[in-house]
Write a protein that binds this ligand. Structure first.
Ligand SMILES: Nc1ncnc2c1ncn2[C@@H]1O[C@H](COP(=O)(O)OP(=O)(O)OP(=O)(O)O)[C@@H](O)[C@H]1O
Ligand SMILES: [Mg+2]
Length: 368
């Protein structure tokens, strides 16, 4: 007869693909029951009920437990970690939450991600930030792409940040009244290569959230690196109330990766705000964004055309929405920014003004 211990030992080989540790170490093996005939029943606890990698666990647990001599059958069931268990999981990962008060004056955090590289996440982040700022919102941009940072180039913001009296890092002022911070601002040379891995990466991003004096912001936009893994998880843990905007190109392959990024977001309980289709036009066609939005049941926030003017503006460090607000691409960004404003909580102070006092002008024609 196989023993509980043997099964547990075998399950150490089942690795959570995103947390990159064994489910035993992560405390995700809730129960192991072994019946007389050698049938094994394993209960695995997931971080969220709708976890898209259930199948991975089903197969891996069946395979590893099934490899123990004497096991005749393996049956896998799932439940969900309690909040206390999730907190302890975070501790295991050495990833606590942000200290109370960090980002207290930031109303909305939006992560701009895609899964795939080169679809225009950074371009979209820079232009959405400038569009939101142009409509009077206070906006900051955090460049979370520590390997392939491009926000300094796109927002034309270089140099070293200053430090405030209480030792906080002050974000730099980019064009269009946008505040920005990027790893580039801390490097000796602009093209210095970064080879940080998981824990260092986590630390850098944590510091951008914790030690940077963002002040009062309506929106903090986070430009994610390509891929889903580490950074999304870090942000989800540090900023559980952040929302995700998915950028995709019109093609099918890009949508598939974007869907995976969306699934990762959902796995960590990050709300999906909407989809932005980028680079539609003659070459790539169009429609992928709408497809993905329909599939995920979230709004299509905008469709940005593929234009030479947009590419040139980004390269020159001047978001097109600032230099040519009437360009088709700019109009598309303004449209998307209005969708974002509509979908996120706004400061409603203005409603607290005494009602009626300031109303003037022509009386509306009312029905008698
Ligand atoms: N709608 C567009 N029209 C023309 N060029 C575009 C458009 N969107 C992005 N580009 C160009 O495509 C290139 C890649 O864009 P960008 O760097 O924003 O992508 P990314 O998804 O952030 O890439 P990475 O995954 O490397 O971070 C840039 O040169 C950018 O100027
Ligand atoms: Mg980028």
């Amino acid at each position: 007869m196989p023993t509980d211990n043997e099964i547990r030992k075998a399950l150490e080989r089942v690795i959570d693909p995103e947390l990159r540790r064994s489910i035993v170490e992560l405390g995700m093996v809730r129960a192991i029951d072994i019946s007389d005939g050698g049938a094994v029943h394993v209960t695995v606890s997931l971080t969220t009920a709708g976890c898209p990698i259930r199948n991975h666990f089903t197969e891996a647990v069946a395979r590893e437990a099934g490899s123990v001599p004497g096991v005749t059958a393996v049956d896998v069931a799932f439940d969900v970690l309690s909040d206390a268990e999730k907190a302890s999981l975070q501790k295991t990962l050495g990833r606590g939450t942000l200290p109370a008060g960090a980002l207290a004056q930031v109303s909305n955090v939006l992560c701009i991600g895609s899964g795939k590289g080169g679809v225009g996440k950074s371009t979209v982040t820079a232009n959405l930030a400038a569009a939101l700022a142009a409509t009077g919102r206070r906006v900051g941009v955090l460049d979370a792409d520590v390997w392939g940072y491009s926000i300094p180039r796109m927002l034309g913001v270089h140099g070293r940040p200053r430090v405030s009296a209480d030792r906080k890092i002050l974000p730099l002022d980019a064009v269009g009244d946008v505040k920005a911070i990027s790893i580039e601002h801390f490097l000796e040379g602009r093209d210095q290569a970064i080879t940080w891995r998981g824990p260092m990466l986590h630390k850098a991003i944590r510091q951008f959230l914790e030690d940077v004096e963002w002040g009062q912001l309506d929106y903090l936009l986070i430009d994610l690196p390509p891929g889903t893994g580490d950074v999304t998880m870090t942000l989800a843990q540090l900023l559980p109330h952040s929302k995700f905007v998915i950028v995709t190109t019109p093609q099918d392959a890009a949508q598939k990766v974007a869907r995976r990024a969306a699934e990762t977001a959902m796995r960590y309980d990050i709300e999906l705000l909407g989809v932005i289709e980028n680079m539609y036009g003659d070459i790539f066609g169009e429609g992928g964004g709408q497809h993905l939005a329909d599939e995920l049941d979230i709004p299509l926030l905008g469709k940005i055309p593929l234009t030479e003017a947009l590419r040139r503006a980004s390269d020159a460090g001047r978001p097109i929405v600032i230099d040519d607000p009437d360009a088709p691409a700019s109009q598309a960004f303004f449209h998307a920014s209005r969708g974002i404003i509509a979908a996120t909580p706004q400061d409603i102070r203005v409603l607290a003004e005494p009602v009626g006092a300031g109303i003037s002008g022509t009386p509306l024609p009312m029905a008698p």
